[in-house]
Design a protein. Structure first.
Length: 207
């Protein structure tokens, strides 16, 4: 009798869920009315020793949907200029951006044998709210993410390191932080992924 097929370490760690770090940059705080401007997704991997680390980062820049609100305070905070010629050249419609991000997520799910993705984010309900609102607005099918469950690194950072602000939690975990690069979806997603992996690795060492 042959040995049973080993379960992939990514799939076995979180009940078959595939954790994907998401960060969005937006035109405000209201997912129903404010523009989705950037989305970054970071997939994760596990080595032979069970050490978690970021695998691949995918970023898409998004045209504001028709009628979207762009709050001046939010735009000043992120430093995003939707009218910048370079940005307008590479940005895409919400639906195209979602489909391309979801394609990467589903590929990772298949590779690791996971049944569904789960969003990892810093104050994750904010990111999931904007993803879900864009999905509904565009009629995008096959959203791979759980509709409401998340892993929140603000909570995990508070429990593990006593810090809930991303920059402080990242530094408390012994990781690098560059304030000049912060508030872009790609940079914040990469740092959030490193923070999440640091928490998981530290917890695994205690098991």
């Amino acid at each position: 009798m042959s040995d049973p097929t080993p379960i992939d370490p990514v799939a076995s760690r979180f009940r078959g869920y595939f954790p994907v770090v998401i960060d969005v940059e937006t035109g405000g705080f209201n997912a129903a009315t404010d523009a989705l401007l950037e989305v970054s997704a970071v997939t994760l991997k596990v080595d032979n020793l069970g050490f978690w680390s970021p695998a691949e980062t995918t970023t898409r820049y998004v045209h504001p949907f028709k009628g979207a609100n762009l709050d001046p305070a939010a735009m000043q905070f992120t430093g995003i200029d939707p009218e910048h010629p370079f940005r307008k050249e590479i940005a895409m419609d919400e639906k195209d951006a979602l489909q391309q991000i979801f394609q990467v997520v589903r590929k990772g799910m298949r590779h690791h044998g996971c049944k569904r993705a789960i969003l990892v984010g810093h104050n994750a309900s904010f990111d999931l709210g904007f993803i879900n609102a864009a999905v509904e607005r565009t009629g995008t099918k096959r959203n791979p993410f759980h509709p409401f469950s998340t892993f929140d690194t603000a909570t995990l950072g508070g429990v593990m390191y006593g810090q809930t602000v991303l920059s402080r939690a990242v530094q408390a975990a012994g990781l690098e932080w560059n304030s000049n690069e912060a508030h872009s979806a790609r940079y914040d997603a990469d740092r959030t992924a490193e923070l999440f992996c640091a928490v998981v690795n530290r917890c695994n060492a205690l098991r």
